[in-house]
Design a protein around this ligand. Structure first.
Ligand SMILES: [Zn+2]
Ligand SMILES: [Zn+2]
Length: 244
């Protein structure tokens, strides 16, 4: 299986990076995790066939993880997509998607589509399977409002991937990524502890409990991006490919 970091930026466009969007492809699977506001131009810039994507997993409803969906759905419409698409995310996703589509492109949520679109609400710690993709969501801590917020443990093509999503440290990140082949972890700041986000130093202190086989850092602020050359860890960059 292959992972391409279509976008690995934060909500503020730090470092000129695209919003969060990860693309996984394998013999049986083709899916995205998150689809931030800038994801359609990012997918196009990287030559990714949008209409081959079968599943989009959404971690939460912030614009830098969710805001690209209206553009992606519009693109699907205009390119005559016929392949069914599943979008799965936290409880309330159907209403939130309608709201954001109507806010950005009036009536777009009501347009008749030539493809089947299923919107699926996921419950924490309830495993679901979509095609060859097994998904277990875990609740994370990312603010008082705008939730629910989910991290994902995903199994596909015999590989396990954990993604922290945006969160401050929480014990649920241990089952998210324990012994995973790859842990994609937010490292928003280096050592400064801020509410709702993870610092690298905090993450580092918990790595012995998680023991991922590989770790890639994502969603970095300017503070972290300025330290990239001195880090002992692999940091994501837009377009970066990881073979799994
Ligand atoms: Zn974010
Ligand atoms: Zn967020």
């Amino acid at each position: 299986m292959q992972l391409q970091f279509v976008g690995c930026g934060d909500a503020l466009g730090s470092g000129g990076r695209y919003n969060t969007c990860f693309h996984f492809t394998g013999a049986q699977v083709n899916f995205l995790i998150d689809c931030g506001a800038s994801s359609l131009p990012a997918l196009k810039a990287q030559g990714i066939a949008r209409n081959d994507i079968d599943l989009i997993l959404i971690t939460h409803f912030h614009g830098d993880h969710f805001g690209g969906l209206p553009f992606l759905l519009l693109d699907a419409q205009f390119t005559r997509r016929s392949r069914p698409l599943v979008i799965a995310g936290p409880q309330g996703i159907e209403a939130r998607l309608t709201q954001v589509m109507e806010a950005l492109f009036e009536n777009s949520s009501k347009t008749e589509r030539k493809f089947d679109l299923s919107i699926v609400a996921l419950n924490p710690e309830e495993t679901r399977e979509f095609g060859g993709v097994k998904v277990t969501p875990f609740p994370v801590v990312h603010g008082e409002s705008g939730g629910p917020f989910l991290a994902y443990r995903v199994e596909a093509e015999g590989r396990v991937i954990g993604y922290s999503a945006d969160t401050e440290w929480t014990e649920t990140l241990i089952p998210v990524a324990r012994d995973a082949d790859l842990f994609i972890a937010e490292a928003y700041t280096y050592d400064r502890v801020v509410k709702n986000h993870l610092s690298l130093v905090t993450l580092e202190a918990h790595l012995p409990e998680i023991e991922p086989k590989r770790l890639v850092l994502t969603h970095m602020s300017d503070d972290m991006l300025a330290r990239l050359d001195a880090l002992d860890y692999t940091a994501a960059s837009d377009g970066m490919i990881v073979e799994l």
